[in-house]
Design a protein around this ligand. Structure first.
Ligand code: ATP
Ligand code: MG
Ligand code: FE
Length: 341
């Protein structure tokens, strides 16, 4: 089916078109620059920006794909989790298009969509797969028997998300927001072994699949403060590399362990942090050593976009999942296990 996907859970207005599992177009408008001076996303600004960007971005997605509105066979929209006001703009727009075009509407989970997007590049996920979702607001290990309806959370962060840790450490280092890509870049010039930062929740009595990044973030901040107090320059590249290594070491070790423990030999990584070059490299190394097939979407599709929503929508149509009711609402804290609603 030709599916039009709407993503407005945070600061990107993403409109994507897919046919089956083939990506046709992926139009993006972002209000990131408007939030930069606040050091984080301001919900009211994001909502208004979605409203302004919505119709032009839909038109851009259609013209990029060379199709008309009348060709659209189903509509998918992020129904949660995310910022309520931002989500509501997307849900209202998607409902209006679905009603006007008389096509089914699917309210989907943003987090499952971060995983589903990989199918556009690498074909159907193996069933079952282990999925590691690492983004700005979430960090979870999932057992996925069937992406269209069945996702079990094996573990999650007990405090900060991985992306949040990247963003907070970047701020400590004076790097721009969002900090993940800047730390990634700075780290290429640094020595990951130069500073020993703590690996959260890796003790023998700790939960096998849970994560903790707030202690690490605090350790980095203390280390940097001590340097500054001593009047010494902060080695941004080394701190970036050592911090990044601490994050991706734990992420990849626990993901491989989840695969082993559950007898699953396919791992997929999704979410904005999946764009991290060291995470991609170390995950590949450790999966190769463990005989696990690794799949990671190309960088551009890791962060928020509309194609990921269309990809999951298309999967739901093909699986014969019941469409959403016309009174579909937004749920800012939609649980990760609820793939569609
Ligand atoms: P969620 O998906 O949990 O609702 P979100 O949609 O805001 O959160 P994403 O768009 O999936 O998050 O990812 C954004 C996050 O990814 C930010 O924290 C950003 O710093 C991080 N990120 C992006 N690129 C990289 C990178 N190369 N290295 C590390 N982190 C990165
Ligand atoms: Mg974003
Ligand atoms: Fe996201």
């Amino acid at each position: 089916p030709l599916v039009l996907g709407f993503e407005t859970s945070c600061d990107e207005t993403g409109i994507g078109l897919v046919r089956g599992q083939t990506l046709l177009s992926d139009a993006l408008a972002t209000s990131m620059a408007e939030h930069e001076r606040f050091g984080g996303v301001v919900p009211e600004i994001a909502s208004r920006a979605h409203l302004e960007a919505m119709v032009p971005t839909v038109h851009r997605a259609l013209s990029d794909a060379g199709v008309g509105l009348g060709d659209v066979e189903a509509i998918a929209v992020t129904a949660g989790p995310g910022l309520t006001g931002a989500l509501l703009v997307g849900v209202a727009a998607a409902k209006a298009y679905a009603l006007a075009l008389d096509v089914p509407l699917y309210g989907v989970n943003h987090l499952a969509a971060h995983v589903a997007v990989d199918e556009l590049e690498h074909g159907r996920l193996a069933e079952p797969s282990i999925a590691m979702l690492v983004s700005g607001g979430h960090s979870s290990l999932l057992l996925v028997p069937d992406l269209a309806q069945d996702v079990t959370e094996l573990g999650r962060t007990i405090d900060d998300a991985a992306g949040e840790a990247f963003d907070k450490v970047a701020r400590v280092l004076g790097l721009p927001f969002p900090g993940g890509p800047h730390i990634d870049r700075a780290a290429t010039e640094g020595d990951p072994g130069s500073i020993a930062f703590p690996r959260g929740l890796t003790g023998p009595r700790d939960a096998a699949y849970d994560f903790s990044f707030s202690g690490l973030k605090t350790a980095v901040a203390r280390w940097v403060e001590a340097r500054e107090r001593a009047g010494e320059p902060v080695p941004v590249a080394d701190v970036s590399a050592a911090f990044q290594e601490a994050v991706v070491d734990v992420l990849t070790a626990k993901a491989v362990r989840a695969c082993r423990d559950h007898g699953v030999d396919h791992l997929v990584i999704g979410g904005g942090v999946a764009a991290n070059s060291r995470l991609r490299a170390l995950a590949q190394e450790r999966c190769d050593a463990a005989g696990i097939v690794l799949r990671v979407p190309s960088r551009r599709l890791c962060t928020d976009n509309g194609a990921m929503v269309a990809a999951l929508g298309s999967r739901l149509v093909e699986a014969g999942v019941t469409p959403s009711a016309v009174d579909l609402g937004a749920d800012s804290s939609l649980p990760i296990e609820v793939v569609s609603r």
